[in-house]
Design a protein around this ligand. Structure first.
Ligand SMILES: NC(=O)c1ccc[n+]([C@@H]2O[C@H](COP(=O)([O-])OP(=O)(O)OC[C@H]3O[C@@H](n4cnc5c(N)ncnc54)[C@H](OP(=O)(O)O)[C@@H]3O)[C@@H](O)[C@H]2O)c1
Length: 364
């Protein structure tokens, strides 16, 4: 089996060798992009909580060995037939499709050469580091905010200009998480007032992203709820509720805030990112509250036009990255492929705070 690409460099990958199994850094096959695919020479790749859930808990059925990690950032090495959005040599960032592809290793991120779909590849400027690009380019927060079937927040008319503060309030639980931080960035572009929660040491981070009101969720729950209720009544009861943590520790106080700020017959939707089984057994959801799980595939099916607006050439994500207004948590660079296992352990033990873990596949 060949392990050499067209440019003569060997592919190397951090393989998850079996369900809950160890990682091994091994030579990997040469990747060849098929029609509609882009081969990326990966300079940086982010690790996600979902990677830890798969690696440590085997929560999704995937073929082994597999390669985790997303998004990747690097240079376009080759393009498949029909690809027009990017060309060889471009600097790009792209979410991988490893879970949609059942773990097929071609689509994994923590390798030197990875396949991504043309649709997901977004051109980035030379002023943006690969580390920052892959820490920032997740599709989920923007789709979660703007898809018709999710929060359906009106889009910014011109993201290059300051947004008018006129469209209401959003409560984003978990503002220092990777998802929450990007959600703050996007919500501010949409002109919303943002109330958020995080640990005190991340207050400056979330304020720098534009959060208007920040509360420390680690105090006793009654105090946190009381302060959130007071803030909501002062600045406007949230029209939008987004729980980016989606665990009992976030959902329980969040629904308590809803109970104390909305009438019992007023319908409220809380968007969340983890499946409901992770909180429903210990949180009583009031009858007027609907919880809705966000997934990229449901947003995509429900709103194909939004996907084009968001991911198309010159689209919202590309503009955000190129114009510099899209910001989230900073990258924490762990090192080369041999650091993937350490990163997965950190995510599994919930040791990541206000940062996105990143590995550099070409670093020894
Ligand atoms: N459905 C989807 O498509 C989708 C997509 C992406 C992610 N997700 C899921 O969404 C969740 C968040 O992902 P992520 O990448 O944003 O995670 P992350 O950045 O790794 O999360 C770490 C952050 O969570 C914060 N946090 C932990 N417990 C909290 C609580 N009780 N209240 C408020 N903040 C809390 C911490 O804040 P402090 O350090 O400030 O305390 C920390 O900054 C994960 O479960 C992930 O699997 C789902």
């Amino acid at each position: 089996m060949s392990t050499t690409t067209a440019s003569g460099s060997q592919n190397l990958a951090a393989y998850l060798t079996a369900a809950k199994g160890p990682f091994s850094v091994l030579p990997a096959p040469q990747r060849v992009p098929a029609a509609g695919e882009v081969l990326v020479k990966v300079q940086a790749c982010a690790l996600q909580p979902a990677d830890a859930k798969v690696a440590k808990l085997a929560v999704l059925p995937v073929a082994y060995p597999t390669i985790l990690g997303s998004p990747v950032a690097g240079f376009v090495e080759a393009v498949g037939e029909g690809v027009q959005k990017v060309k060889v040599g471009d600097r790009v960032v792209a979410s991988t499709s490893i879970f949609e592809k059942g773990g097929d290793e071609r689509w994994g991120g923590v390798q030197r050469f990875a396949i991504v779909s043309e649709r997901n590849a977004i051109a980035i400027p030379s002023s943006l580091s690969f580390e920052n690009a892959c820490a920032t380019a997740s599709h989920s927060p923007v789709a979660a905010l703007h898809a018709v079937g999710t929060l359906n927040i009106p889009r910014a008319s011109n993201p290059s200009e300051p947004a008018p503060q006129t469209t209401g309030t959003i409560l984003i639980w978990g503002g220092s998480s990777a998802m929450g931080s990007l959600a703050i960035s996007y919500a501010k572009k949409a002109g919303l007032t943002v109330i958020t929660t995080c640990s005190r040491h991340n207050f400056d981070l979330v304020k720098s992203l534009g959060a208007d009101f920040v509360l420390d969720y680690k105090r006793p729950q009654g105090d946190v709820v009381a302060d959130l209720v007071k803030t909501a009544k002062q600045v406007g009861v949230p029209k939008y509720w987004f729980d980016t943590i989606s665990l009992p520790a976030s959902m329980a106080p969040l629904v308590e805030v809803i109970s104390q700020t909305t009438a019992p017959d007023q319908a409220v939707m809380v968007l969340h990112l983890n499946p409901p089984f992770m909180f429903v057994s210990s949180v009583t959801i009031p009858p007027n509250v609907t919880t809705k799980l966000y997934t990229i595939s449901s947003a995509e099916k429900g709103d194909p036009e939004l996907m084009q607006w968001m991911l198309g050439k010159g689209g919202y994500l590309e503009r955000g990255l190129n114009e510099g207004w899209l910001r989230g948590v900073p990258p924490l660079v762990l090192g080369g492929l041999d650091q993937v296992e350490k990163g997965i352990e950190m995510l599994h033990r919930e040791e990541v705070s206000g940062q996105k873990l990143v590995v550099l596949p070409w670093q020894d």
